[in-house]
Design a protein around this ligand. Structure first.
Ligand SMILES: CC(C)(COP(=O)(O)OP(=O)(O)OC[C@H]1O[C@@H](n2cnc3c(N)ncnc32)[C@H](O)[C@@H]1OP(=O)(O)O)[C@@H](O)C(=O)NCCC(=O)NCCS
Length: 176
């Protein structure tokens, strides 16, 4: 199997069950305690900006993007990104990140953030978010809070408490 045998497609609700399995396998029960999971609990992910890799009709990898806000800024949260163990190290993860970043750019997003390993995401264009700039809903190793700026200045607009965009809209309506 090579990368050429893999098809990359926007996510569809029919993929949900397989995506859940892949994420459960990749991250285990600990995934529910993560800061990124807490943000994603605030609302849905962006179906149109989330992608799967298919091989012989089966979902073998997935990446999702979720809208968030922090201060005056808006961003997309990348993750979970996971590849079935038998399909690792063939370039599928990197290709999904490239596809997600292109989709984010095309959708007009200024910045994509994630919590992940800098050695993996650094070569894909992600840099550390300056210490103290963002307050995540759960503790995060600051070395793992990374951003890829798609429009100059978009990262600087992200300040303070990070939350799902839908949750921020809901609280704005409730306090109006
Ligand atoms: C991390 C993950 C998405 C990478 O996907 P993949 O398709 O196997 O990776 P790719 O083929 O795109 O890239 C492989 C390269 O990345 C490196 N790599 C993989 N995971 C890495 C990590 N956590 N840190 C640094 N490098 C890593 C591999 O060693 C390999 O290096 P090489 O090209 O020099 O040989 C996949 O291993 C996975 O699903 N892991 C479990 C879930 C996870 O950790 N997700 C990311 C957290 S947000």
């Amino acid at each position: 199997m090579s990368l050429a045998d893999v098809t990359f497609l926007p996510e569809d609700p029919a993929h949900d069950h397989e995506i859940d399995d892949i994420n459960a396998d990749a991250f285990g029960p600990g995934r529910f305690a993560k800061a990124a999971y807490k943000i994603r609990e605030g609302g849905p992910h962006e179906r149109g900006l989330s992608f799967v890799a298919l091989h012989e009709g089966r979902v073998v990898a997935s990446v999702r993007l979720t809208r968030l806000v922090a201060g005056e800024g808006e961003a997309l949260l990348l993750g979970p990104l996971a590849v079935r163990p038998a399909y690792k190290n063939r370039g599928i993860g990197k290709k999904l990140v490239h596809i997600a970043l292109d989709a984010a750019r095309e959708a007009g997003s200024g910045v994509v953030i994630l919590v992940g390993d800098e050695p993996y995401y650094g070569p894909l264009g992600f840099k550390r978010v300056p210490n103290g700039q963002l307050a995540m809903p759960r503790p995060v190793d600051p070395n793992r809070l990374l951003a890829s700026e798609l429009k100059e200045g978009a990262l600087a607009e992200l300040q303070g408490e990070v939350m799902h965009a839908a949750l921020a809209r809901k609280s704005a309506v409730e306090t109006a």
